[in-house]
Design a protein around this ligand. Structure first.
Ligand code: AMP
Ligand code: GLY
Length: 428
């Protein structure tokens, strides 16, 4: 049986998912809502806002779609899976219902989940509104610097503050309670600082069984050498040299299995991706955060290493039949570079024509923030393109990737040239 599939979302992650699903042997027709011009090369687009569930439903019925893959977290936290479970129970949905989406939607919920299921994570306490300010300051005094403050709710990736001094932490805490991140920071999680190197682990689950997708590392800061402001992500590599078989075994036993069992024992019906942000602290994994979706830009690296049929895995996950699935992963090194608009993550101009897109020969191109204007592909966001190259090792992947990136240009284009450099010493 073949499937009509719709992907919800419009970024580089969704382009990578669409690219991979478009190669499936069991695909009939692929759609994306609203998608972007790159996704338009592999799927039919319709300009529907994913938060307008009734419009999405109308489209799904009109096109006889039987599989929906939700890319970003917002529609999940807003309850898109709950909506369709009620209105179209036969639709196969990849993405948890709002209760499971709380793993990302509320840091306090996620921390309490980890505590309840003995999943290693930083020591924490959460505090709600100004009435807790004194108690929160008292807890800060028990911790050593740097201090980690997290807005409980979704804050577009900006809700985590890491502060060097107690005075700064106390001042920021006051601002968070006063609405620095709107209602997202009316509750604040304060936690111990974990020192180590980060890893992104991706799991596809049907709530009982799971597949572990290729792991990745992303590069969050705007500047080379991990300096400057945080961004949505400036590049990624997969595999990651320190994610050895031994380390990944610890991740599976201490984190993945207790997470899946925890979902079961908490009666959370979860069918979808779990992205586990980990810190490797002296070879032991600690969970920094859960996300209920794939990572961006990690997906743009990860998808190029999956050799088995992703749509088959997704359909099985949505049906609760993941036990029979096996994932095949290539040993190649993938490396992704993000080309951004100059000025990002602060203010930037858009609408510049992107040149050279047709000249890529040795890399896979994913669109993030692009728009077609008068038949030309132009910039329309901070992160504009993701370029992924593969090689036998990180040197080859990197060389190839940057050769390809240099063929592309737009006004004020910027990218980090040091993606993967920190891992080269580890990979010898
Ligand atoms: P999050 O929004 O939870 O991904 O946090 C953003 C970033 O803050 C993470 O990717 C980490 O680099 C950092 N971070 C979060 N929590 C901690 C922690 N407890 N210790 C050290 N770094 C952290
Ligand atoms: N790359 C991190 C994220 O998608 O949240």
């Amino acid at each position: 049986m073949t499937h009509n599939v719709v992907i919800i979302g419009s970024g580089g992650r969704e382009h990578a998912l669409a690219w991979k699903i478009s190669q499936s042997k069991i695909l009939n027709k692929l759609y994306a809502l609203p998608g972007n011009p790159g996704i338009g090369n592999v799927a039919e687009l319709e300009n529907i806002n994913p938060s307008d569930f009734a419009k999405v439903e109308e489209f799904i019925r009109a096109k006889d779609i039987d599989v929906m893959v939700v890319g970003p977290e917002n529609p999940l936290v807003e309850g898109i899976s709950d909506y369709f479970a009620e209105k179209m129970p036969q639709l196969l949905v990849i993405g948890p219902k709002s209760k499971g989406a709380q793993l990302e939607g509320s840091k306090q919920f996620a921390k309490e989940f980890m505590e309840r299921h003995s999943i290693p994570t930083a020591r924490f306490k959460s505090f709600t509104s100004e009435k807790d300010y004194d108690a929160a300051c008292q807890f800060l005094k028990e911790l050593k610097p740097p201090y980690v403050l997290k807005a409980d709710g979704l804050a577009a990736g900006k809700g985590v503050l890491i502060l060097d001094s107690l005075a700064e932490a106390e001042a920021e805490l006051k601002e968070m309670f006063a609405g620095k991140f709107g209602s997202a920071s009316s509750t604040v999680v304060i936690e111990e600082y974990l020192s180590g190197i980060e890893l992104s682990v991706f799991v596809l689950t049907d709530g009982k069984d799971y597949l572990i997708l290729p792991e990745a590392k992303d590069y969050k800061r705007i500047g080379e050498g991990d300096t400057g402001l945080n961004t949505g992500g400036m590049g990624a590599v997969s595999p990651v040299p320190f994610a050895t078989e031994e380390f990944m075994k610890k991740v599976e036993e201490r984190v993945i299995i207790p997470t899946i069992n925890g979902l079961k024992s908490d009666n959370i019906d979860y069918k979808g991706f779990i992205f586990i942000g980990l810190m490797n602290c002296n070879s032991d994994p600690y969970v920094i955060e859960y996300n209920v979706r794939m990572g961006d830009p990690e997906t743009e690296a990860v998808m190029t290493r999956i050799e088995s049929d992703l749509l088959q895995h997704l359909v099985s996950a949505a049906k609760g039949e993941l036990a029979s699935e096996k994932i095949e992963i290539s040993e190649d090194q993938a490396l992704t570079v993000i080309a951004v608009s100059g000025g990002y993550p602060e203010s930037y101009d858009k609408g510049f024509e992107i040149k050279g897109l047709e000249s890529l020969t040795n890399a896979t191109l994913f669109h993030s923030g692009t728009k077609e204007i008068d038949g030309k592909i132009c910039t329309s966001g901070g992160r504009v393109l993701a370029i992924t190259a593969k090689g036998n090792d990180i040197f080859e992947a990197k060389k190839r990737c940057f050769e390809e990136v240099s063929k592309i240009s737009f006004d004020k284009m910027y990218y980090r040239r040091d993606i993967g450099d920190d891992l080269i010493s580890l990979s010898k």
